[in-house]
Ligand binder design. Sequence first.
Ligand SMILES: Nc1ncnc2c1ncn2[C@@H]1O[C@H](COP(=O)(O)OP(=O)(O)O)[C@@H](O)[C@H]1O
Ligand SMILES: [Mg+2]
Length: 481
Amino acid sequence: MINKDDKKSSMFENLGLSKGVLKGIREAGFSQPSPIQEQAIPVILEKKDIIAQAQTGTGKTAAFALPIIEMLKNNQGIEALVITPTRELAMQISDEVYKLGKFVKTRTVCVYGGQSIKKQCELIEKNPQVMIATPGRLLDHLKNQRIKNFNPRFVVLDESDEMLDMGFLDTIEEIFNYLPQQVQILLFSATMPTAIKRLADRILQDPVHIKITPTNVTNVDIAQRYYMINENERSEAVIRLLDTENIHKCIIFTRTKKEADDLHVLLCSRGYKSKALHGDMDQRDRRSAILAFKEKKYNILVATDVASRGLDISDVSHVFNYHIPLNSEIYVHRIGRTGRAGKKGVAITLVTPLEYKDLKKIQNDVGSDLELYEIPQDKFLSKSTIQEILKTKIDDKAFEIYEELKNHADASQITLKLISIYLKQKHIGLKKQDLDALEKNIKVQEQKKSPLTHQKSRRRHSQDRKSENRRNKRKSNKEYR
Ligand SMILES: Nc1ncnc2c1ncn2[C@@H]1O[C@H](COP(=O)(O)OP(=O)(O)O)[C@@H](O)[C@H]1O
Ligand SMILES: [Mg+2]
């Protein structure tokens, strides 16, 4: 039963926002605040510093934009500064602030590298209230005293972990030398690495910590699957899944920039419409890749975590983890790219036997059902096998071996045996039996390590039985393949 008070608190009307702002929210189509908004907005309105952690796509922009818009005084100066890692994000935030502040006439300006300094100075002179800036260009303006009426009362550090990854932390600390002492700082981040915590310790005053943990936001609209494969089968596994899944748009996350490039090149050579996105590309190329993906000129984006952080792309049907992600936070973060706005999404993780333990850890942390699937085989095997066999040129050596084989079996038997060898070679991914063997192996290893943990192993045994039951249930499920 829904508690009346719960219901009351989960409405924008109860967060301390005024009519004009509520009208902007309504017009933006937001009916209920997201958890991060519900928790952060009242605290920000109380003029407290905050450290807010929530995964991508949870509405962090509005969480800081709404209370800031509410508190603007229209005093002809720049009242709020939002620092964000990339130009794309700056523009995205500017759009959102403009949209939400439409009925109170909020004026914004974007400041980022790549645009002419003269043009930016002209825009800054038009008395914007909220400045959204990337670190490098902002510091450049500040050092050269190009910004007049610059007395922000609010400073937002958006996507702080990405700013760290991009090497902006020193720049940010330098920026703070140019800011008023009495400033309310709002630090937002999807993950909370130590360097960010340290930065927060240095610049924030008695911050309120808000953390929306991954388990709070596990999305029921995302079907999470994993496929067991061998190390050398990754790209082939992706291709088979691309061919059998009903893909509208997908993001394939790789660990390295090179991997992203290589997989993108391979996919293009096989006729798929893909684009790579990573930090080595210049701003313009990244921007055009993202735009092309948004407009569906390409439906596959092969990306690294950093390059794709924070981007708001709504109709991604599938997310692939080319490797198991480094930790649960990154996992949750990545899969949150799909299943947005009430649409169903599929998150696929490729796992090798060596990565299996990491998978178990994520499964444990995230507390959701990651289900085992098998790489589809049949369709590929029947169709392409016949083609490939018929097209194969006969090797001289083959005559010799055939002559010998004839002494042992008849022609049809020989053929069937050879096809079986071929099929075995073409099979990719581990079968369920392989996984059982792997689990047994892990158990034996663990027992060797700690022979006294009988109880634990008994508990684990019952968990295994549970997952066995789950797997059986899945087998009877029509959607299994
Ligand atoms: N309360 C809400 N109701 C519906 N949609 C929302 C709400 N808050 C934000 N959104 C939308 O969700 C998307 C993701 O929000 P964003 O602020 O970019 O997330 P984050 O910064 O956490 O990654 C945006 O399209 C935004 O307009
Ligand atoms: Mg964001």
